[in-house]
Design a protein around this ligand. Structure first.
Ligand SMILES: NC(=O)c1ccc[n+]([C@@H]2O[C@H](COP(=O)([O-])OP(=O)(O)OC[C@H]3O[C@@H](n4cnc5c(N)ncnc54)[C@H](O)[C@@H]3O)[C@@H](O)[C@H]2O)c1
Ligand SMILES: [Mg+2]
Length: 337
């Protein structure tokens, strides 16, 4: 647990970067207060519709804006390093901790929006509007800021922890413990029987939307063991084979590392037993049905009987990537046949 190399920028390095008017991305997390505990109700991004990209501030501009709203520029010390531009400019994220209209001392959302001619939007909505690079940056910012917000005290000594300048860790001076931001590993699996693929719904999903099977890895499990266990637990199927496809950092509801795999069952071993404690339903879908659903942009309109036709997760979700990969592979092999 000695001091780490890499992104633990020392104070002078980072402060140089800040003083060189490096851009800083403003992030705001509205903290709702429910039963006395602070709950981050979601990340609101200052999405200034100028060049339809994230609004980057240079350090001095940010100081001016904070001063205008009666905020101490020291607030900037709470920002965290989330990456750097192709020109090696350090990017930081800052939690504006926007209050509602009557809370004193915190930044007022509406005033901030008019000052910057922008609008705060919810993270999920913002991710639909951002390119892949900005989406990943914002997702990292939200996960890191939320992690710091929830690790203010040492689990061992109860004493306050201190963030290092880059925000890559928190340290307890009393217990000497070093805390690093965590991501929970989650496996997501598209099971195929050779001609169909298996998709499932949780009751929490938007109406009509189906996705690949997913589940958190248990402590001590390998990815392969998690994939086999989750598929067996959720739909009662035994996998014949599986192979890794891709991964994705995913912020909902917490910081997860999605590990996506394709998997196959043996021919004839396709009878599903849906675990109704975990899933609302699970079904086999044909290549034609899935290929048609991939063409739909977002949730379809409800039918006359009020039912919402089957649709798939959006492009920014790794489930979409898995499903698209399966359709391409099936289509090319059926063309070859
Ligand atoms: N990006 C995508 O394409 C995509 C698609 C589907 C699901 N997901 C995400 O995958 C995650 C897991 O999906 P799931 O709900 O099927 O998981 P799951 O099947 O493991 O069931 C969720 C339950 O796992 C338990 N759990 C175990 N470890 C946990 C941890 N570290 N954090 C939170 N809960 C933990 C909790 O009781 C939770 O209710 C969800 O966060 C979901 O948002 C992402
Ligand atoms: Mg699951």
């Amino acid at each position: 647990m000695e001091g780490e190399k890499g992104n633990d920028l020392s104070k002078d390095t980072v402060s140089d970067k800040r003083q060189d008017s490096k851009p800083v991305i403003l992030i705001a997390i509205p903290a709702g207060r429910r039963n006395g505990t602070r709950s981050c109700e979601g990340l609101i991004i200052l999405h200034v519709i100028l060049s339809s990209s994230l609004f980057c501030f240079v350090f001095l501009e940010l100081e001016r804006i904070l001063a205008k709203f009666g905020q101490d520029a020291q607030k900037i010390e709470h920002s965290v390093l989330i990456g750097c531009s192709d020109q090696h400019e350090a990017w930081f994220a800052l939690d504006l901790a926007l209050g509602n209209s009557h809370s004193s001392g915190s930044l007022q959302k509406s005033e901030m929006e008019s000052e910057l001619q922008g609008a705060f939007i919810d993270l999920r909505k913002a991710l639909f509007q951002l390119n892949e690079k900005d989406a990943s940056l914002i997702s990292t910012a939200q996960a890191l800021l939320r992690w710091h917000d929830c690790h203010q005290f040492c689990g061992k000594s109860g004493q306050p922890t201190q963030k290092n300048v880059a925000g890559s860790k928190r340290v307890c001076a009393s217990s000497k413990m070093i805390y690093y931001p965590q991501m929970s590993p989650v496996v997501i699996t598209l099971v195929s029987d050779g001609t169909r693929c298996l998709l499932a719904r949780q009751s929490s999903f938007p109406k009509g939307m189906y996705s690949a099977l997913s589940g958190f890895c248990d402590v001590g499990e390998t990815v392969e063991e998690s994939v086999r266990r989750e598929v067996a637990e959720e739909v009662g199927l035994e996998l014949d084979s599986l192979q890794y496809s891709a991964s994705q950092h995913w912020s909902f509801p917490n910081s997860s590392l999605m590990i996506a795999c394709h998997a196959a069952v043996r021919p004839g071993q396709t009878e599903i037993q849906v675990n109704l404690q975990e899933l609302e339903t699970a079904e086999w879908f044909s290549l034609e049905e899935v290929a048609a659903a991939l063409k739909k942009k977002g949730p379809p309109a409800s039918q006359q009987d009020g039912a919402i036709p089957f649709w798939l997760p959006p492009k920014m979700a790794i489930a979409h990537h898995l499903i698209q990969e399966w359709v391409q592979k099936q289509s090319s092999s059926s063309n070859l046949a």
